[in-house]
Design a protein around this ligand. Sequence first.
Ligand code: ADP
Length: 226
Amino acid sequence: MRTPLGFIRSYATTLLSDDIEPIDPATQQKFVQIIDEEAAKLQQMIDDLLDASRFQSGRFSLETEIVALGALVEGALARSRPSLEQTGHAVATGHRGGGLRVLVDPLRIEQVLRNLLENAVRYSDPGTSIECVVYRENDEAVVSVADGGDGIPGAEQEAIFEPFYRGESARLRGVRGTGLGLPICRAIVEAQGGRIWVENVPGRGSTFLFSLPLLDDGASPHEEAR
Ligand code: ADP
């Protein structure tokens, strides 16, 4: 949190100081933009910290409802796609098994998905592809997010779900963050009876998966046929 705060203070101080050369409007605009971006990062970190402490103390509520998971994921992707594709990443989706109904808090599930997608962007090269698939496995619905990035060394595959743990890929890429995103995802998914884990696909980065219990025996014949 000190890093974005440091940027905000130093750019604001520069803009306010009148004992240096006047700053041209284009540079002023750039500085204000940096302040805005750093404030957004700081806000995200504060949100993560608040979420993490709420989950740790068990003081959070879920607004659960019956939802069609495929539609929920499609909607979340449509909302996230413009910002994800700013880096030139291509986000593809796939469905195997329509009509998967789950009892979840849709906003919290969208939060998990957004977090996994944002990580996929942060820990892979611009222009590579990210694939999000929803499918059924036995009595669970599974959502996977696969990237073409760094992958996660075997020794880190559990540790990355611990609060404040930052992995090798964060160090290598110099990506800033709190190490709270995945622990929050795990708390949200587990609170709804699911699991979350990561798998490495050789030569294909990492695939994060989360499962949710299916509400009933699944798809109607009409939905299955789609
Ligand atoms: P943060 O990204 O702020 O460090 P997270 O809890 O989201 O926090 O992730 C923990 C660590 O897991 C990261 O520091 C990074 O090393 C690793 N990680 C997460 N997602 C990916 C990914 N898609 N590819 C490679 N490494 C990842």
